[in-house]
Design a protein around this ligand. Structure first.
Ligand SMILES: Cc1cc2nc3c(=O)[nH]c(=O)nc-3n(C[C@H](O)[C@H](O)[C@H](O)COP(=O)(O)OP(=O)(O)OC[C@H]3O[C@@H](n4cnc5c(N)ncnc54)[C@H](O)[C@@H]3O)c2cc1C
Length: 473
C-alpha cells in the first residue's frame, strides 16, 4: 500500500471526480469494481488474500494447477456470462451446444446403467420430454409424475414470499414424488445447484433454479465450465480487465474498519493506511460484512449471522492412464455425485485427473483423507471399468466448509439488498438478496446491483453495457 492520502489526492483527475472503495475481490467485488470504473468512478479494490477470485480459485500442487472446487454454470446465468465477456474469458469457459448429462446408476443389482438427461431442439417443456420419457433411472409412473410436478412448479409465482418458508422436499412429496424420483432427478440437479438436499432447501430457491434452468428457455440449462484453471479467469483475466479499466487493485490488504466522516465521505481502514471515498461496496461474506458494518447501517444486522453456511468437498484423483472418456458425468447409487475430467485444464501431461464434486457434504467435510480414499477409489472402480487396473498417482481433497450460504427455508427474509441505511454504503455478495442461490451468477448480479445503487447516489449514468445481461435474460 502507498501513503494514506492517495484516494483523496486523485479526486481531481477522475473523469467524474467521484471515488469508490470496493472491499472483497471475489466475483461480486470484482464485478462492482469493473462496473463503477466503467461509469467513470475512480475505484480502489481491496482484497485480503493474495489473489482475486474469492471462493472460486486455483492453486498449484507440484506441476498440477488445481481448482479449489469444480465450478459449473448454466446458459441462463446471463450475468456470469456477461462477466466472462467483460474479462474476455468467455471462450475459455464455453457452454455445451446442447444440455447432455450422462447419469450412471450403480443401484441396480445387474450392474451399472447409463442414462442421459439431454434436450431436443423443441420448445419448453417438450425440449426435455423425450429425454425424460427414456430416462432409465425412473419407472414409467415416476417419469409421468416428474412431468406433472414440473408443470406444477412452473405455475409457482416466484414473487410469492410464502414459497421461501416451505421446504422443497415436502412440496415434492405433496406432489407425488417418490424418494427415488427425488434422488434420481430432483436432487441430482438440486444438490449441485443449491448445495442442499430437497428436504433442506427453500421451495422459493428451488423453484427459482428449476423454473429458470429447465422451464424457461430451451437452452437455459446447457452447462458451461472453465476449460482452464479458475484462477486464469477470476484472477489473471479479471486483474487485467481491472487494470485496463483503471482500477487500483490491492491484494493482501485486509480491511479492518469502515466508518463515515462528517462531510459524508467514507473512511476505509487497512493496516498502515486510511482510504477516503464517496462510496463503499462491502463485497465480503456475510459474517465479515457483519463485523465491518457501521452501527445503524442495517435495521437487523443480526440477520446476517443467522444465514447459515454449507460445505462442498472435492476429491481429486490422478490416474496413470485415461479412465474416463466423457468430459463429466453424474452418478447415482453411490456416494459419488459429479465427476469432471480436469486433465487438460490442470496441465497434466500423462494420465488423467478427475475431480469429484461433492455438494451438501456436511457428513464428510471433516473425514480424514485416508478414509475418503478408502471410500471413493472403490466407487470409481465400480463406475469406471477403466479405473480397475489403473495406478493412482495422486489423491487429495479440498474442503470448503463455508462454500455457500445454506439455502434453508426462511433464508430469503435474512438476505439484505444492495442498499444499506447509510448513504454511500452498499452490500454485495452471492448471499445478498439476488433471488439466486449462492452461485457465481448470484455474486455477479449482486456486484451489478451494488454498483447500480452506488452510481445512482453518485449521480453517474449507468454504463449501458453493464446491463446487457438483463436484456439477454
Ligand atoms: C467448492 C465450491 C464449489 C462451488 N461450485 C459452484 C458452481 O459449480 N457454480 C456456481 O455458480 N457457484 C459455485 N460455488 C459458489 C461460488 O463460488 C460463490 O457463490 C461465489 O464465488 C461467491 O462470490 P462472492 O464474491 O460473493 O464471495 P467470495 O468469493 O467469498 O468473495 C469475498 C472476498 O472478500 C475477501 N474478504 C473478506 N474479508 C475481507 C476484508 N476484511 N478485507 C478485504 N477482503 C476481504 C475474501 O478474501 C474473498 O476473496 C462454489 C463454491 C465453492 C467453494
Amino acid at each position: 500500500m502507498t501513503d494514506g492520502t492517495r484516494s483523496e489526492r486523485t479526486h481531481d483527475d477522475t473523469p467524474s471526480g467521484r471515488t469508490a472503495v470496493v472491499i472483497g475481490g471475489g466475483l461480486a467485488g470484482t464485478t462492482a469494481a469493473l462496473a463503477l470504473a466503467d461509469a467513470g468512478v475512480r475505484v480502489t479494490l481491496l482484497e485480503g488474500r493474495p489473489r482475486l477470485g474469492g471462493l472460486a480459485f486455483s492453486f498449484q500442487r507440484g506441476d498440477l494447477t488445481v481448482d479449489n472446487g469444480q465450478h459449473v454454470y448454466l446458459r441462463c446465468c446471463t450475468a456470469y456470462r456477461w462477466f466472462l465477456d467483460r474479462i474476455e474469458g468467455a471462450a475459455l469457459a464455453p457452454v455445451q451446444d446442447r444440455l447432455d448429462v450422462p447419469v450412471l446408476d450403480l443401484a441396480k443389482p445387474e450392474g451399472r446403467r447409463l442414462g442421459r438427461l439431454r434436450r431436443d431442439p423443441l420448445p419448453v417443456p417438450l425440449h426435455l420430454g423425450r429425454s425424460l420419457a427414456a430416462y432409465p433411472h425412473l419407472s414409467l409412473a415416476e417419469r409421468a409424475g416428474v412431468g406433472r410436478a414440473a408443470l406444477a412448479l412452473k405455475g409457482l409465482d416466484l414473487a410469492d414470499p410464502s414459497l421461501d418458508a416451505q421446504d422443497f422436499g415436502s412440496w415434492l412429496a405433496a406432489h407425488g414424488q417418490s424418494a427415488r424420483a427425488v434422488e434420481a432427478l430432483w436432487d441430482l440437479v438440486g444438490v449441485a445447484t443449491l448445495n442442499a438436499v430437497a428436504g433442506d432447501a427453500s421451495l422459493g430457491l428451488a423453484a427459482m433454479v428449476f423454473k429458470t434452468g429447465l422451464l424457461s428457455d430451451p437452452g437455459a440449462a446447457d452447462i458451461g465450465w472453465a476449460h482452464v484453471p479458475l484462477g486464469e479467469l477470476h484472477d489473471r483475466l479479471a486483474r487485467k480487465a481491472l487494470d485496463s479499466a483503471g482500477v487500483r487493485t490491492e491484494v493482501r490488504t485486509r480491511v479492518t474498519s469502515v466508518s463515515t466522516n462528517e462531510n459524508g465521505t467514507w473512511s476505509v481502514q487497512v493496516p498502515g493506511e486510511t482510504l477516503t471515498a464517496d462510496a463503499v461496496v462491502l463485497a465480503v461474506a456475510q459474517r465479515e460484512a457483519y463485523d465491518l458494518l457501521p452501527a445503524g447501517a442495517l435495521d437487523a444486522p443480526e440477520n446476517l449471522l443467522e444465514i447459515g453456511t454449507a460445505p462442498i468437498l472435492n476429491v481429486h484423483v490422478v490416474y496413470d492412464r485415461q479412465v474416463l472418456t466423457k468430459p463429466f458425468f453424474a452418478a447415482l447409487g453411490t456416494p459419488v455425485q459429479w465427476v469432471f475430467d480436469r486433465t487438460r485444464a490442470s496441465g497434466l501431461r500423462e494420465g488423467q485427473y478427475l475431480a469429484l464434486s461433492q455438494s451438501a457434504a456436511q457428513d464428510e467435510i471433516d473425514t480424514p483423507v485416508a478414509d475418503l480414499r478408502g471410500r471413493y477409489l472403490p466407487e470409481l472402480e465400480r463406475l469406471l471399468p477403466g479405473a480397475r487396473g489403473a495406478g493412482v498417482r495422486d489423491f487429495f481433497v479440498t474442503r470448503e466448509r463455508t462454500a455457500t450460504f445454506a439455502p434453508t427455508p426462511g433464508v430469503g427474509r435474512l438476505r439484505p439488498g444492495a442498499r444499506t441505511k447509510a448513504s454511500g454504503l452498499y452490500l454485495a455478495g452471492a448471499w445478498t438478496a439476488t433471488g439466486w442461490p449462492a452461485t457465481m451468477e448470484s455474486a455477479v448480479r449482486s456486484g451489478v446491483s451494488a454498483a447500480d445503487a452506488a452510481l445512482r447516489t453518485l449521480g453517474r449514468p449507468r454504463p449501458r453495457r453493464l446491463f446487457e445481461f438483463e436484456e439477454a435474460a
